[in-house]
Design a protein around this ligand. Structure first.
Ligand code: HEM
Length: 455
């Protein structure tokens, strides 16, 4: 990869060489024009079943559509086809590989969580115009709604990575993913119907249908490619070839379950090219992006139990996404000290990752403990997401409602906003790393001096 190569491209501080695996503009347009039509057809049938059973409900989106599907698929040809597709394992699925891929999330839990928040939510969801416009209409980026949105998404990630049984047909992660697919079909249906009565409500010509194939691939790349080639390397961690191949295989299966094209995830090389294509063509921050990014950081600042400061979060965003993107998203410019604190965070992520790589027993311990903690955390918060991970449609789009910039911060529930224990730990980690570095340099220097005197 050399800048002098005519195929070299750089976007938002990330450089790469174009290959035949990168998507052409024609392919991008084609994918933007397509969506999960089977999922949409199934949604329509399920809504009719609900309406026939309870005419007062009139296909209300609050019904648990997964249960309706499970109880009725045998009586309808389209539902049977859908159900069979989801429950017959494709021949390319290797369960041992999927199980290895699932461990990746728990193994690098801290790094993955940072990547998910500071790159996934701030950059990919906010700065991709089509995705951002959908989120702005469904209210998930209004400060008051962010807690449930983030917990629900996190719950889903935990479900699909917690154990092999969970992602296999009938498991918790498997059913959660089917619910998410039906939820996306509801989002698409609702926005498309509003466009029928007021075309300017959502620009389908420009952005394609809501949750189209291109946007869904972008979301898959966010989950499985960015940690590999962008987020974790920025924290000093380089996943192994095996980890990359296995995690992408897991998300190929998730693409299959969510009705997203699967042919782009057959090899790490192809998957990486999808991510880079998104950088090149799909990240283009708008005013809506600024609002979403601002609301997300506002929500996360001072939130219990970690009480991270806005300055720390903005320094983290700048480190993870670069100054060009952060300026385009309207991020503040914090003092140098906050960049150092974020480097302390990176020291913790890096140290844990490499200790785990060299001590397999410690790796197993960390994966188990992180899985248990994360599972308990999302289970404890079920009441906040309105049920046991049913992923219902919470903020049904309305013609007169598009969420804007929020000023409110999350209630710190009586805890001090000035005591930042987590940031103090990160700073301490950086100081210890600095001290260890100085001792090692002094040791090497002393050794070299001794050799020199002997000679
Ligand atoms: C295929 C990859 C995707 C995955 C794995 C995924 C995952 C999820 C999950 C777990 C939820 C439930 C949590 C929540 O309510 O926030 C969700 C909801 C949602 N997703 Fe996605 N998503 C994907 C693609 C997309 C895309 C491309 C868009 C927009 C263009 C989108 C828009 C939404 C919206 C608007 C909701 C929330 C609806 C509501 O709760 O009111 N998703 N998604």
């Amino acid at each position: 990869m050399a800048k002098s190569n005519p195929l070299y491209r750089e976007r938002w501080g990330y450089g790469f060489d174009l290959t035949t695996d990168h998507l052409s503009t024609e392919e991008i347009s084609k994918l933007r024009a397509q969506y999960d039509s089977l999922g949409s057809e199934v949604l329509g049938i399920l809504q009719k079943i609900v309406a026939n059973k309870d005419p007062a409900a009139n296909g209300a989106p609050k019904a648990d559509l997964y249960s309706v599907l499970r109880d009725n698929y045998q009586d309808n040809e389209v539902l049977s086809k859908f159900w069979d597709e989801l429950h017959v394992t494709p021949e390319w699925v290797d369960w041992a590989q999927i199980e290895r891929g699932q461990k990746f999330f728990g193994r690098y839990a801290l790094g993955n969580a940072t990547a998910f928040a500071l790159q996934g939510f701030v950059r990919e969801n906010s700065a991709s115009p089509g995705i951002a416009e959908v989120f702005a209409r469904t209210g998930g980026f209004a400060v008051r709604n962010l807690l449930s949105r983030v917990i629900e998404t996190f719950t889903w990630v935990v479900h699909v990575t917690t154990s092999l049984e969970s992602i296999q047909p009938g498991g918790e992660g498997h059913t959660s993913t089917i619910r998410v697919r039906l939820l996306h079909a509801s989002v698409r249906q609702r926005i498309t119907r509003l466009v029928e009565s007021r075309p300017q409500y959502f620009d389908i010509k420009k952005h394609g249908s809501p949750v189209n194939d291109l946007d869904s691939m972008h979301a898959i790349a966010l989950f499985c490619c960015m940690p590999m080639w962008d987020s974790l390397p920025k924290m000093g961690v380089y996943p192994t070839k095996q980890e990359i191949t296995d995690f992408i295989a897991l998300f190929r299966y998730i693409s299959y379950l969510t009705g997203t094209p699967t042919s782009y995830w057959t090899t790490p090389k192809k998957a990486k090219a999808v991510m880079e294509t998104m950088f090149l063509h799909e990240l283009d921050p708008t005013n809506t992006s600024k609002i979403l990014a601002y609301n997300f950081i506002t929500w996360l600042s001072n939130a219990p139990p970690v009480y991270l400061s806005r300055d720390f979060l903005e320094a983290g965003c700048r480190w993870m996404n670069g100054h060009e993107m952060s300026d385009a998203l309207g991020m503040g410019r914090p003092n140098l000290i906050y960049y150092l604190v974020f480097q302390g965070h990176n020291v913790v992520v890096f140290t844990l990752a490499y200790l785990q790589r060299f001590i397999p027993a410690f790796d197993r311990f960390m994966i188990n403990i992180n899985r248990k903690l994360l599972y308990a955390a999302v289970t404890d918060h079920r009441h906040l997401v309105g049920g046991a991970g049913l992923f219902d449609f919470k903020f049904v789009p309305q013609l007169d409602r598009k969420f804007g910039k929020d000023s409110g911060e999350i209630d710190a529930q009586g805890h001090s906003r000035w005591w930042r224990p987590v940031e103090a730990v990160f700073l301490m980690a950086l100081m210890i790393a600095g001290l260890v570095g100085c001792i090692m340099v002094a040791f090497v220097f002393k050794f070299a001096l001794k050799l020199h005197i002997k000679e």
